[in-house]
Write a protein that binds this ligand. Structure first.
Ligand SMILES: *Cc1c(COP(=O)(O)O)cnc(C)c1O
Length: 388
């Protein structure tokens, strides 16, 4: 099978020429002084991307490592955790906390919806002694956004340390770690930053460090230990183990490109494209998966496929015949969704138009009644004042 012409799925996806070149730089020894400087610079760029003055640790594994490491380093047996669940990654946090022996109090809403901050406040009142709160900002499997801007400060007011998955947000969705009082934020390069998968970034507040250190048996000497990074890299410019140097080249590259563009510009670019994408799919007769536009993510547009819609056939036709890769539903949502990614280099009118044009064509090929051009037209209608 040939490679795709266009990848507009849930990340990873197409990267820029500059990212490709930087990723391919000669491999160095991780203790070479040039690499030590480079790693320090990458960490500084990550702090800017997270909008935080807290420490940021770059862990050497995909974002799921970041989620596991945060929970394993912070949460211990008997700790009370309020786990906010509006989708698959929110539920994953609960599974991780349960495995750590925590006493979890789930606050769960429909996967079409977002968590209500008033319900968070009520739950924190109802369960005194909650030590941690877990949340997902952008639930990519549902294409929804949770109001972490309000949830973070509520957690802090009740003395709960917040652990937030911002994987699908940083670089494409407004995410203000410090202004939103987020103690631990987790993200990776392969979503809105448009990078190469394989690393995770964690921002860690002083309260979160204190919670890790004050456990009866702090987690140390483990791939999952965030504390090891403080005691090696942050304290002494040593690494706990060999660094994925080429992935760090690629991460530095996408962080620099994101900050050169400007976070606010980038967020505006993603939200403009997302608005056009919603208009496009609605013109094709789809309903959105998120219950309301106000909670729709900017990195991805998730549609509910109607009963009897040949979802797998349409996606396969898009990929096999036209070389356009989009995503279907993840896990329990398989068969119920088409997920149209438009993040990083994908957040552009040219790519959105191609994605929608091929979606329409493949729907018609599969026998779905559709007026060719309707989706593209509705989307482009909203992009008249686009500026490169
Ligand atoms: C992509 C993503 C992750 C990382 O999970 P993968 O399955 O490895 O891609 C974690 N959390 C969220 C919200 C994500 O969108």
């Amino acid at each position: 099978m040939g490679w795709p012409h266009l990848t507009m799925a849930t990340g990873p996806g197409d990267v820029t020429d500059r990212t490709l070149r930087d990723h391919a730089r000669q491999v160095t020894y991780h203790y070479d002084p040039a690499f030590i400087d480079f790693f320090a610079r990458t960490t500084e760029l990550a702090k800017h991307a997270f909008e935080t003055a807290n420490d940021v640790v770059i862990m050497q594994g995909e974002v799921v490592l970041g989620m596991e490491a945060a929970v394993a380093s912070l949460v211990g047996p008997g700790d009370r955790v309020l786990t906010l669940i509006s989708g698959i990654y929110g539920r994953w946090f609960k599974t991780l906390c349960d495995r750590a022996g925590a006493e979890t109090n789930p606050l769960e809403v429909s996967p079409h919806d977002a968590v209500d901050p008033d319900a968070v406040r009520a739950a924190l009142r109802a369960h005194p002694g909650v030590k941690f709160l877990t949340a997902v900002h952008s639930e990519m499997p549902s294409g929804t956004l949770n109001p972490v801007d309000q949830i973070g400060p509520i957690a802090r007011e009740f003395g709960a340390i917040s652990i937030v998955d911002a994987s699908a947000s940083v670089g494409g969705e407004a995410f203000h770690t410090d202004a939103w009082a987020v103690d631990v934020a987790i993200a990776g390069p392969q979503k809105c930053l448009g990078g190469v998968p394989g690393l995770s970034m964690l921002s860690v507040s002083p309260a979160a460090w204190a919670a890790m250190e004050s456990r009866p048996a702090p987690l140390r000497d483990s791939y999952l230990s965030v504390l090891d990074w403080r005691e090696s890299w942050i304290a002494r410019r040593r690494f706990p183990y060999t660094i994925s140097v080429s992935l760090v080249y690629a991460l530095e590259s996408v962080l620099a490109q994101t900050l050169d563009e400007g976070l606010a510009h980038r967020v505006a670019r993603h939200s403009t494209i997302a608005r056009a994408a919603r208009a496009g799919v609605r013109a094709l007769g789809f309903e959105l998966w998120p219950a309301r536009d106000e909670i729709a993510a900017t990195a991805i547009t998730v549609v509910r496929v109607p009963d009897g819609f040949p979802e797998a056939r349409v996606r396969q036709d898009m990929r096999d015949r036209y070389g356009v890769m989009v995503a279907g539903g993840l896990g329990e949502f398989a068969g119920q969704q088409i997920r149209l990614g438009h993040m990083a280099t994908g957040a552009h009118p040219v790519k959105l138009a191609a994605q929608l044009a091929v979606l329409e064509r493949s729907m018609a090929n599969a026998g779905v009644r559709v007026s060719l051009g309707a989706g593209v037209s509705a989307a482009m209608n909203l992009l008249g004042d686009w500026r490169a």
